[in-house]
Design a protein around this ligand. Structure first.
Ligand code: PMP
Ligand code: GLU
Length: 397
């Protein structure tokens, strides 16, 4: 009855697990959700005030499909401040979150059979979105030896005449790892000689703990490649605006115009008064975000300490708000009830069942033997979640 496309489609694992955690909480269980990647603090006040003012002023009608001119200009201005790169406002487009923007980009760039390189581990929705564009997913595994980052050697191996797009994401979801400028330069040198488009998913670019205000970007390190780099960003994480559904892309005007046409026939523009809030978010005082980042850094150290105490191996994340610990050594062990844990999915199910802690199985990010923990929740609940994890792993035999 349903189209094959719909029959094959499974829900986003991160959103599905979050929904399950909410359902269990509503049913009366005490659940600590480390599943969804969502800041637990509210959208900053100065942003809400701008959206309220826009509503009061009757800013409630359709806007151009690509976004309101002042938001397109603000996106370009923010990019100049952050990356030192100059674009025209007509090279910026507003969509309903980075998810929507990446989906649309793949729709306008890929013909059936084109290849999309998605370094693994990857954010859960990339492969599904590429498949919905009838592209072929090429998902090279990025080993722990390279800190789960794509190396130029692996990139060379998977590039083909059919490669149309590569998706890069730094800081990375799920690993929290950050590409250095040198590493990006080496990848750019390989990509420069091709016609491949680079979708640079920069939604965590300012959520970084290295002391820098932003991570290096591939568009900065190679002038020739720059024209094929599409800078994707979002209001969701930096400004804690996940529910406002606003994301953006900046880059080649032909691609931006194609996305605008695509949106004009599908979703239309982002929510009108929310866009006014976004202008304020981007250009207003950034000190609320800086405070939030300090808080995140302190939560990160709690998780580091607890994982170390529980003898769980992990690579220290440098950005975003995720840990990607290895659970390899627990696979093959049994819970006190006698259930054998063979996969990350079973690990995560048993942890939720026995201790009421939700984490996302690594396999959802394309890699077995790991789980992803999101630590964007308050210190008290985070400590509670971490001590339950410690108890859970020490109960396995
Ligand atoms: N890219 C990455 C890497 C993500 O983790 C997410 C989820 N927050 C998104 C894109 C989509 O974010 P949004 O649609 O809320 O802007
Ligand atoms: N991207 C976030 C995550 O990875 C939010 C959920 C989603 O959109 O997948 O958890």
């Amino acid at each position: 009855m349903l189209a094959t496309r719909a029959q094959r489609l499974k829900p986003s694992a991160t959103l599905a697990l979050n929904a399950k955690a909410h359902d269990l909480t509503r049913a009366g269980r005490d659940i600590v959700s480390l599943a969804v990647g969502e800041p637990d603090w509210d959208t900053f006040n100065y942003i809400k005030e701008a959206a309220k003012k826009a509503l009061d002023e009757g800013f409630t009608k359709y806007t151009p499909a690509a976004g309101i001119p002042d938001l397109r200009a603000a996106l370009v201005e923010r990019t100049k401040i952050d990356l030192g790169l100059t674009y025209e406002p007509n090279q910026a487009l507003v969509g309903l979150g980075a998810k929507h923007v990446i989906y649309n980009l793949l729709q306008v760039l890929c013909n059936p059979g084109d290849e999309v390189i998605i370094p693994t581990p990857y954010w859960v929705s990339y492969p599904v979105m590429a498949e919905l564009a009838e592209a072929k997913v090429v998902a090279p595994v990025c080993s722990q030896k390279t800190n789960f980052k794509l190396s130029p050697e692996v990139l060379k191996n998977v590039l083909s005449a059919k490669t149309k797009v590569i998706i890069l994401n730094s800081p990375n979801n799920p690993t929290g790892q950050v590409y250095t400028a040198e590493e990006l330069k080496n990848l750019a040198n390989v990509l420069e000689r091709t016609g491949v488009w680079v979708i640079s998913d920069d939604i965590y670019d300012r959520m970084v703990f290295t002391g820098d205000s932003i991570v290096p970007n591939i568009a900065q390190v190679n002038e020739k490649l720059r024209e094929r780099v599409l800078l994707v960003n979002s209001m969701s994480k930096t400004y804690s605006m996940t529910g406002w559904r606003l994301g953006s892309v900046i880059g080649d005007k032909r691609v931006i115009d194609a996305c605008a046409n695509f949106q004009s026939q599908s979703s239309s523009s982002g929510v009108t008064f929310a866009q006014k809030g976004a202008v304020q978010a981007l250009l207003g005082p950034q000190k609320d975000f800086e405070e939030a980042l300090k808080e995140l850094a302190s939560r990160k150290s709690i998780v580091s300490k607890c994982l170390t105490e529980a003898n769980i191996e992990f690579l220290e994340p440098q950005g975003a708000f995720y840990f990607w610990p290895s659970i390899e050594k627990f696979l093959g062990r049994r819970t006190p009830q006698g259930t054998e844990i063979k996969t990350s999915t079973e690990f995560s199910a048993a942890l939720l069942d026995l201790e009421g802690v939700a984490v996302v199985p690594g396999i959802e990010f394309g890699m077995e033997g790991f789980v992803r923990l999101s630590y964007a929740l308050n210190e008290k609940r985070l400590c509670e979640g971490m001590s339950r994890i410690q108890r859970f792993v020490s109960s396995l035999n």
